[in-house]
Design a binder for this molecule. Structure first.
Ligand code: H79
Length: 609
């Protein structure tokens, strides 16, 4: 269940679900209706803290998913033979990159017959890899729907040579459910096929069809996650998508199903859009500030099936990528592209199986599932370090020469009470050395990808959760914190996304308001905390009377950080001032420390005085 405290009373009612259920296929949900019902002053779009909520828990634990790129482009298998006999190569962008005329592309799609698509085999390949969720393209940029949508006939049932009684998304849903794997859908906003898409004047008609398709997907297949794409400014065709469109879409989806997890391309790919960031074909060097994240990557160089692309990554480097993401609190979404007949390429299946073998061996999966950023230590050169409770998993990719050691640099004081190599009975000597510890294994690496040293650590005391109720919040209906506050109350958490249309209360306008929070903040650990604000617009913060963050000019969503020494069980005074000028409004207060993962500062640790 989501925690409803941050939703407005209006949004916390059940009515959007009732409205959704009452809609029929004949009465398509209208984009404009969705925009007027629940938005406006008093709306707060922040549904919960994605870093800690039950809603996102599976996503934060599972860490490893399968992306599937499958669509009308798969039928060409990456090669288009032009009328003059020359061949143009691409994959899922083939229609655009090879300038295939629309009628030509439609003609080839009519022959698409993925009769060998076997949902159980696909799900088994995911399971065999140790993947715990699947995200499949329901509609890519070519606009072709992979389910029997009633919205148009540009879909796998109505425009193909495929069995009219089959529905591969339903088949995947059933197979995934049976295997205990979560299912999500990719959906491209950018649409090369719908003639109403590129023009702002006709865009609302497209948008209405998009809303209707998304409602079909949510209602008929109950996905756990939606993965948007194609939100960026581009041409051929022109993409009119705006941040305001994203605000409305996200609102619509959360009303359809409040449990949904949605990526940040639902808006304009900013840290304040959706639930999580989406680095593509890259892995960030560090944990990401302000948002959950998931790196999506290919097994070769292509998303869609491409016969010509045999540039496969090794399973060792894939395992290392998975360790890099999970040790930075991220997920790894690894792609397969089924061929024209619907078969996952054998080199993909083989590599996925090898990853699964690594994860299943000697409990090495413990270094991935349910872990987060290693925090207590600096990221080493010789591999990665992830943490789960009192265990650190040092996954070593550069095993030392005999007698050599691995240095870990401590970011805070902690004790090491045990060390062992997973899958080996060799001893590991742990000695205090300079700014941390030296780990000296006595044997060889156990495998080529990464050898895991499990350290049992004592991270020092963490106080029980506090009994706070939040900060005192004063809201002003002017942008200068002037005069008497219009509203004074206790705000459980500083976790607000008022976006374009919302505001702190029904009688506070969406622009030109300001807020002051005062009280105290009580950490559970004695450490140097990184206090982060995510603000749009102006923000400044004082701790114990000292200014620590000062970003007092208007700006778009921006993260500011301060390092502050806090003492467990001590109430440190805090003051935050914030101004919304125009456009979007966001204000969040997060913290992290070496021993404490990034999160919205929770209510229990905040006091109004
Ligand atoms: O769905 C996958 C890609 O099709 C899509 N997002 C992932 C998840 C994507 N959109 N943009 N990009 C990837 C990056 C753009 C790459 C491009 Fe190109 C370079 C577009 C044109 C040149 C890649 C190479 C696509 C066509 C040729």
């Amino acid at each position: 269940m989501h925690t409803p405290h941050a939703r407005t009373i209006r949004r916390a009612t059940a009515f959007p679900l009732v409205v959704a259920a009452a809609l029929t296929a004949a009465a398509l949900p209208s984009a404009s209706a969705a925009s007027t019902e629940a938005t406006g002053p008093g709306t707060d779009y922040a549904v919960d803290d994605p870093f800690t909520s039950d809603r996102t828990s599976w996503f934060r634990q599972d860490r490893f998913g399968m992306f599937i790129h499958f669509g009308a482009y798969s039928n060409l298998e990456g090669e288009y033979t032009r009328p003059d006999g020359t061949v143009c190569r691409n994959a899922e962008w083939i229609q655009r990159e090879c300038n295939i005329p629309k009628e030509e592309y439609e003609k080839q799609a009519a022959t698409f017959n993925p009769a060998d698509f076997d949902a159980e085999a696909v799900v088994n390949a995911a399971k065999d890899a140790g993947m715990r969720y699947i995200v499949v393209t329901s509609k890519h940029h070519d606009g072709y729907a992979m389910w029997p949508t009633k919205v148009n006939s540009w879909n796998l049932r109505d425009h193909s040579a495929f069995d009219k009684n089959r529905d591969i998304l339903a088949e995947l849903k059933q197979a995934a459910d049976e295997a205990g794997i979560k299912l999500g859908f990719y959906y491209s906003i950018w649409d090369w096929h719908d003639p109403d898409f590129p023009d702002r004047a006709t865009f609302p008609a497209y948008e209405e069809r998009m809303y209707a398709q998304l409602k079909e997907l949510v209602d008929n297949y109950d996905p756990e996650l939606l993965w948007f794409d194609g939100e960026w400014d581009t041409d051929r065709p022109h993409n009119p998508w705006t941040a305001r469109d994203g605000e409305r879409l996200e609102e619509y989806l959360r009303d359809l199903n409040p449990e949904l997890i949605v990526n940040n391309r639902v808006g304009k790919r900013r840290v304040t859009d959706g639930d999580y960031g989406t680095p593509e074909q890259e892995i960030p060097d560090e944990p990401v500030d302000g948002q959950l994240w998931e790196s999506c990557m290919t097994l070769n160089n292509s998303w869609g099936y491409a016969r010509h692309d045999q540039n496969w990554k090794s399973s060792a480097s894939l395992v290392r990528n998975l360790l890099s993401t999970s040790s930075r609190s991220g997920n790894y979404l690894l792609n397969v592209g089924p061929d024209a007949r619907g078969r996952v390429p054998a080199p993909s299946v083989e590599r996925l199986g090898e990853m699964g073998d690594w994860l299943r061996t000697a409990g090495q999966g413990e270094a991935v599932y349910g872990v987060a950023y290693g925090g207590l230590v600096e990221q080493p050169e010789w591999g990665t370090v992830s943490r789960k409770g009192d265990k650190l998993y040092a996954a070593v990719t550069q095993w030392p020469e005999e007698g050599g050691s691995l240095h870990v640099t401590a970011r805070t004081g902690f004790d090491v009470t045990g060390a062992r190599v997973l899958g080996s009975d060799q001893e590991v000597a742990v000695t205090e050395a300079g700014d941390g510890y030296d780990l000296t294994p006595t044997g060889a690496a156990t495998n080529e990808a990464a050898t895991v040293i499990e350290l049992t650590v004592d991270p020092g005391p963490t106080a029980a959760p506090g009994e706070g109720s939040g900060l005192k919040q004063e809201v002003f209906d002017n942008p200068t914190l002037s005069g008497a506050p219009k509203l004074t109350r206790t705000d459980p958490t500083v976790n607000h996304s008022w976006k374009y249309t919302g505001s702190p209360a029904a009688d506070i306008p969406a622009d030109s308001f300001s807020v002051r929070w005062t009280g105290s903040i009580e950490p559970r650990r004695t450490e140097t905390y990184t206090l982060s604000t995510l603000s749009d617009d102006n923000v400044r913060v004082w701790i114990d009377g000292e200014p620590v963050i000062d970003n007092w000019s208007p700006h778009e969503s921006h993260i500011d950080e301060a390092q502050v020494n806090l003492t467990a069980g001590t109430r440190h005074s805090i003051k935050i001032e914030y101004v919304e000028q125009t456009g979007e409004a966001h204000m969040k207060l997060l913290w992290s420390s070496p021993g404490q993962e990034q999160q919205i500062v929770p209510r229990q640790q905040l006091h109004p005085n």
